[in-house]
Design a protein around this ligand. Structure first.
Ligand SMILES: C[S@@+](CC[C@H](N)C(=O)[O-])C[C@H]1O[C@@H](n2cnc3c(N)ncnc32)[C@H](O)[C@@H]1O
Length: 331
């Protein structure tokens, strides 16, 4: 035996690791997965709903937990998500049913499946990495593409149609109420002036218009947000608010929260992950009111946030907040 110490493999310090910003299906990481499983505690034989299938990151793990006899029912507004997710879930085996539909109509989906109530439900709100990374969907200002932003491209008005027709007041309300953008009115006015010269059709055009209308004075010094975040602030907020408007995201969530108590079996838990303060507020208030009125017997005391480790591994998880509520067994 040699006296020589075995050579230790040098690990690259975390701050030098390359952060990947685009996602392929193979490397997709479901947000707050351990925390979701901890909240739902899925068991073999149960019936669960994943309202937001996406690339089946959460669905796959939930399906494994309820298999072999349980059932996973999943919905997604985006038809492009259904077949890739089906392939992924088929590989795992087990019983599942996928529906291309809005989770606001969940009661109808359950009726189709012959299910009246379920043992647990997950909604992981917002857009998927695959949607963001596809320039032709128009969700991201980092890639030039048509300003569409519809999760279901077969219905509704595109972001371009709304931008080129809504009056200044409605655009201002959208950027301010759905995006918390302080210079909402200035940007709305610039859009109305700009579109009179030429309709705004592409993400790049909108980004440039926002940057001209609301230039950013970068703050420096201790406590100042990163320069890049400051520079992109107004653009990020306007794009987010438009996406929420195009897809009627707050209305859909409100509807889901309203029917939730009728869909959950007594003792069943719902877990909702949100990425936007307006969504999180709706969830918090609905769960708190349900606790007070006895519909729920327990709710998460506070929003559950991703660990430092998860935020580092998956930058898109940074703003995620999970809240859960357990249906009362006596009501
Ligand atoms: C954050 S992704 C879900 C990712 C998924 N949990 C995973 O791990 O692969 C959100 C998904 O919800 C879908 N979605 C958003 N609003 C919806 C709605 N009202 N009804 C059904 N699906 C919706 C989007 O199309 C998107 O695919």
């Amino acid at each position: 035996m040699s006296d020589e110490e075995p050579k230790k493999k040098k690990r690259r310090p975390f701050w030098r690791k390359r952060i990947r910003r685009s996602t392929t299906g193979g490397e997709h990481k479901p947000v707050l997965l351990a925390e979701v499983l901890d909240a739902l505690k899925p068991q073999p034989g149960q019936t669960l709903v994943d309202c937001t299938l996406g690339f089946a990151g959460h669905s796959l793990e939930l399906l494994k937990c309820v298999s072999p006899d349980g059932l996973l029912i999943a919905t997604d507004l985006d038809p492009a998500n259904i077949e890739p997710a089906r392939v992924k879930l088929e590989e795992a085996g087990g019983l599942f049913a996928l529906h291309h539909t809005n989770f606001a109509g969940l009661a109808g989906v359950l009726a189709t499946e012959g299910v009246s109530q379920v043992d647990g439900l997950l909604a992981d709100l917002g857009m998927s990495s695959m949607q963001v990374d596809d320039r032709n969907r128009g969700f991201s200002f980092m890639r030039d593409g048509p300003l569409d932003m519809r999760m279901d491209p077969s219905r509704g008005r595109t972001a371009a149609q709304l931008l080129n027709t809504l009056p200044t007041e409605e655009l201002t309300a959208c950027f301010s109420e759905l995006g918390d953008e302080p210079r909402a009115e200035t940007i709305a006015v610039a859009i109305v002036v700009g579109r009179a010269i030429k309709p705004i059709e592409r993400t790049k055009e909108l980004r440039e218009l926002i940057e001209r209308a609301a230039p950013v004075q970068v703050l420096r010094g201790p406590g100042a947000p990163p320069e890049r975040k400051q520079l992109l602030g107004p653009t990020t907020r306007v794009f987010q608010s438009l996406r929420i408007l195009v897809n009627r995201e707050l209305a859909n969530l409100t509807h889901l929260l309203r029917v939730l108590p009728t869909i959950l079996k007594p003792g069943a838990t719902a877990a909702i992950i949100s990425f936007h303060s307006g969504e999180d507020r709706l969830v918090k208030v609905a769960f708190r009111d349900g606790l007070r009125s006895g519909i729920y017997e327990a709710v998460s005391a506070d929003a559950v946030r991703p660990t430092f480790e998860e935020r580092r591994e998956n930058p898109r998880s940074r703003s995620a907040k999970l809240r859960w509520a357990r249906r009362s067994t006596s009501g």
